[in-house]
Design a protein around this ligand. Structure first.
Ligand code: DGL
Length: 271
């Protein structure tokens, strides 16, 4: 297989990264893809950093065995905590979602005040603050850990009263007339785009809500194009989906969330 024809690997702790895969397939329809969700060990958000680094390293090694030409860490927690470390030893190029997400937030924000909603691990790493300030040293950033949101999405409760209450609790303090209010909310977790409707409702029309899927796919396109590794065309691309742990659970959560048929979910063993 030529390098160009090799698949792009997309990694997440579970099903949420399918939001990134969906955008990647939309923007780069000629590419073969392999998705891996580490469903057996999800959630990553509350885990200590060294554990997330170990799991991410295993995943990147697994993608190398699948002969991927590039790996995307679609998981914000894995990107925030492990991207720099796994890159040092990876045999394939690895792209994360934090920098593309930061770029999306800055192009949306008029006041240069950005709120980041993310898992505990991502907030603890302060990676979004760093990425945003790298791109604009004057930006004001408020990062909020939202531990209740992933379990709500996993339970398929995207439109429930509980989701509305939780989102109000996290978003409320960031918006309004206060001098430190933000005008842009960055969804810094794979699952939060699935709560976009309720987040937008709580945030109101004056606040932009952005995620990293579009800019991540753009970043992948740029890297592949600059190395002449882009696979053009459409129609014959192949897509495989792997999960660790009980595939039935992965499949049913994916179906609840996306309401569309996935390719047959295959078993992956990491370690
Ligand atoms: N994929 C994780 C992220 O984007 C959310 C789910 C988890 O905590 O594992 O941060």
């Amino acid at each position: 297989m030529t390098l160009r024809d090799r698949p792009i690997g997309v990694f997440d702790s579970g099903v949420g990264g399918l939001t990134v895969l969906r955008e990647l397939r939309r923007q780069l329809p000629g590419e073969h893809t392999i998705y891996l969700g580490d469903e057996a060990r999800m959630p990553y958000g509350p885990r200590p950093a060294d554990e997330v680094v170990g799991f991410t390293r295993e995943a990147v090694r697994w993608f190398t065995g699948q002969e991927c030409k590039l790996v995307i860490l679609a998981c914000n927690t894995a990107t925030a905590v492990a991207l720099e470390i796994v890159r040092e030893s990876a045999l394939v190029p690895v792209i994360g979602v934090v920098r593309p997400g930061a770029a999306a937030a800055l192009s949306a924000s008029a006041t240069r005040a950005v709120g980041v909603l993310a898992t505990e691990g991502t907030v603890r790493s302060a990676s979004y603050g760093r990425a945003l300030r790298d791109l604009d040293p004057l930006v004001r950033v408020r990062e909020v850990a939202c531990p209740a949101l992933v379990p709500l999405v996993e339970a398929g409760e995207m439109r429930s009263a509980a989701a509305l209450t939780a989102v109000r609790g996290y978003v409320g303090p960031l918006i309004g007339d206060a001098s430190d209010a933000v005008d842009t909310l960055l969804l810094g977790c794979t699952h939060y785009p699935l709560l976009r409707e309720v987040i937008e409702r709580v945030a109101g029309p004056g606040v932009r809500v952005v995620d990293s899927a579009t800019t991540t796919a753009l970043a992948v396109r740029e890297v592949l194009a600059s190395h002449r590794l882009l696979r053009e065309g459409a129609g014959d691309s192949r897509h495989r989906v792997f999960a660790t742990g009980p595939r039935e659970r992965f499949r049913s959560v994916a179906r609840t969330i996306f309401g569309e048929d996935l390719p047959e979910v295959e078993e992956a063993i990491l370690g």
